[in-house]
Ligand binder design. Structure first.
Ligand SMILES: [Zn+2]
Length: 88
């Protein structure tokens, strides 16, 4: 059920090095990624002394993931795939 987070197939070559900038305010530095319907699951091990150690942490995104301008809040979801491709 998990969506692949990265796909390099859909991005045309000429956009690969282009920087995203907000068409509304021109911001090209700060961006917000917002995910709907996220289930966070943390796996804990109880130690012999009763304390707990976090063993694993996984999250599942059920809803839509959107990208917003970090400055004016404009919806930049159309650039999200590009954002993922450039995320290292
Ligand atoms: Zn903006």
């Amino acid at each position: 059920m998990e969506q692949p987070r990265k796909s390099r197939q859909r991005l045309p070559d000429h956009t690969k090095t282009a920087r995203i900038s907000c068409p509304i305010c021109g911001n090209d530095e700060e961006f917000l990624e917002v995910a709907d319907g996220v289930i966070l699951t943390s796996h804990y091990i109880q130690n012999p002394d009763g304390s707990f150690t976090q063993d694993d942490d996984e999250s599942e995104i059920l809803g839509e993931v959107k990208l917003f301008c970090g400055d004016c809040g404009a919806d930049l979801t159309e650039f999200h795939q590009h954002f993922l491709d450039m995320l290292f």
